[in-house]
Design a binder for this molecule. Structure first.
Ligand SMILES: C[S@@+](CC[C@H](N)C(=O)[O-])C[C@H]1O[C@@H](n2cnc3c(N)ncnc32)[C@H](O)[C@@H]1O
Length: 239
């Protein structure tokens, strides 16, 4: 397994923020696939530079927004639905990025941003919650990024579509919202056919299953004996 520089550089800050969060909510922070690793893999495929405006869509607790600001000097709009802007702002203050990261609580279908406002829009472990609707990209998301700007997502995915129904081993553990997981080819087609972007990369993350299983969904992965589960990464440039 490769080592991840964002984890080495920012791991202790993020652990401190997780500890605060657990104390405040009196509950364990539930982690999906490690967002720091996914962010690094995505950023390595994108070109981010100081002064750019970046949308971090579905940022959750805002850890990825903090790293984007610290690592690249970009201005980040940290947009989430479930986590409040005020709680995220407290984290941004603590991390010292309050001048670069703007906390916003907004639903994906009513985003309060001007068209072509962003140089880039990224989404870590979130886009599949709202982006599988064929109308979503062209009606809501594509307009946010300027011509020549970049899109990037990483999501739980399938190595191939379930052509014969759900694999038997997965049935007892399957949750209804997992139907939003799709293959990298499925995602490429989803965006490419809008003719609004050129998809520059759409692929399974190498060792995606192991990276995902390292922090989450252990039973599901163990039941996935046919290796359907993986993580996918897609980038595109606005035409
Ligand atoms: C699994 S969490 C990932 C959070 C963060 N990106 C990370 O990797 O730690 C998915 C996030 O997507 C956001 N989300 C889901 N549906 C959404 C919607 N319809 N509009 C905006 N955000 C949404 C949720 O608020 C949630 O924080």
């Amino acid at each position: 397994m490769r080592t991840y520089r964002f984890k080495e550089k920012y791991g202790s800050l993020i652990n401190e923020l997780i500890q605060d969060l657990e104390e405040q909510t009196n509950s364990k922070y539930i982690m999906g696939p490690d967002a720091l690793c996914l962010l690094e893999l995505l950023c390595d495929k994108m070109k981010l530079a100081p002064g750019m405006r970046v949308l971090d869509m579905g940022c959750g607790t805002g850890f990825t927004s903090i790293i984007l600001a610290k690592e690249y000097g970009v201005t980040v709009f940290a947009n989430d639905l479930w986590f409040s802007a005020t709680d995220n702002y407290k984290r941004f203050l603590k991390a010292g990025v309050q001048d670069l990261v703007v906390p916003i609580q907004a639903e994906a279908h009513s985003l309060p941003y001007a068209s072509e406002f962003f140089d880039a829009a990224i989404s870590i472990d979130a886009y599949h919650y709202f982006g599988t609707d064929e109308c979503y990209f062209n009606n809501h998301y594509a307009r946010l990024v300027k011509q020549g700007g970049q899109f990037g997502i990483v999501s739980p995915a399938l190595t191939r579509e379930f052509t014969g129904g759900l694999p038997e081993g997965l049935v007892p553990l399957w949750e209804p919202d997992m139907y939003t997981w799709h293959s990298a080819d499925w995602w490429r087609m989803m965006w490419q056919k809008t003719n609004l972007v050129d998809v520059t990369c759409s692929e399974d993350i190498p060792n995606g299953k192991a990276l995902w299983r390292a922090t989450a969904d252990f039973e599901l992965h163990d039941a996935d004996t046919e290796n359907y589960l993986t993580l996918m990464l897609m980038t595109a440039v606005k035409r």
